[in-house]
Design a protein around this ligand. Structure first.
Ligand code: KMT
Ligand code: NI
Length: 180
C-alpha cells in the first residue's frame, strides 16, 4: 500500500525518505489528481487478475501493457535515473502497476510543493497528464512494474519548464481548480 508525505528541502541523497509530513491518499488525490489502487500481489499475475483490475483496465481503456525493471543492471542505468528524476510531465497519463520492489514517485501539489509517494508491490498509480513529477528508486534499488496505456504508448518526458506551454498542462491546471 502506498505511503505519502510532503518532502523536506534537503538536497542531499534523494533516495532517502525526506519525510516532512505524512498525508493520506484522499488528500493526495485532491491536491494533485493522482489516483491509487491496491491489489493483492496474487491478483495481479496475468493468469489470475482480480476482477476489479480487469474492470479498471476496461473502464479506462488501457489496451496496451508492457513491463519495466529498474535496477543497477539496466543498460545506461545512471543516465536513465537522471531522466526519471528530472522534473517532467507527459501528454498522457503515466500508469504503473508495481509487481515487485519499491520506489518513489514525487509529484508537485497545487502549490508546487513536492509530495513523495512510496509505492510497493500491488500498488497501481495513475499520474494525470500535464502534472509535473519525477521518479527515483529507494535504497533497495529495485522495482519492476507493468506500464499501461490507452492505445499506442507515448513515453516522451517534457521537462520543466518546456511542459508549461503544452496544451495538456492547461487542461490539468484547469481540472485541478474545478475541485476547489
Ligand atoms: C517512469 O516513467 O518514470 C518509470 O517508468 C519509472 C519506473 S516505473 C516504477
Ligand atoms: Ni513520467
Amino acid at each position: 500500500m502506498v505511503q505519502c508525505w510532503y518532502m523536506d528541502d534537503r538536497k542531499e541523497d534523494p533516495q532517502d525518505d525526506h519525510l516532512l509530513e505524512e498525508i493520506d491518499t484522499t488528500t493526495l488525490c485532491n491536491r494533485t489528481g493522482v489516483e491509487v489502487w491496491y491489489f493483492h500481489p496474487d491478483q495481479i499475475r496475468p493468469d489470475n487478475e482480480s476482477p476489479s483490475l480487469i474492470k479498471l483496465k476496461k473502464d479506462r481503456g488501457y489496451t496496451y501493457e508492457d513491463e519495466i525493471k529498474v535496477d543497477p543492471s539496466m543498460e545506461n542505468y545512471e543516465a536513465k535515473l537522471k531522466t526519471f528524476f528530472s522534473e517532467h510531465l507527459h501528454s498522457d497519463e503515466e500508469i504503473r502497476l508495481i509487481l515487485e520492489g519499491s520506489g518513489f514517485f514525487d509529484v508537485r501539489d497545487r502549490e508546487d510543493k513536492w509530495m513523495r509517494i512510496h509505492v510497493f508491490a500491488g500498488d497501481l498509480i495513475i499520474l494525470p497528464a500535464g502534472m509535473y513529477h519525477r521518479f527515483i528508486p529507494d535504497k533497495h534499488n529495485f522495482i519492476r512494474a507493468r506500464r499501461l496505456f490507452v492505445g499506442e504508448p507515448i513515453w516522451t518526458p517534457i521537462n520543466r519548464p518546456d511542459g508549461d506551454a503544452h496544451p495538456c498542462r492547461e487542461v490539468y491546471v484547469e481540472h485541478l481548480h474545478h475541485n476547489d
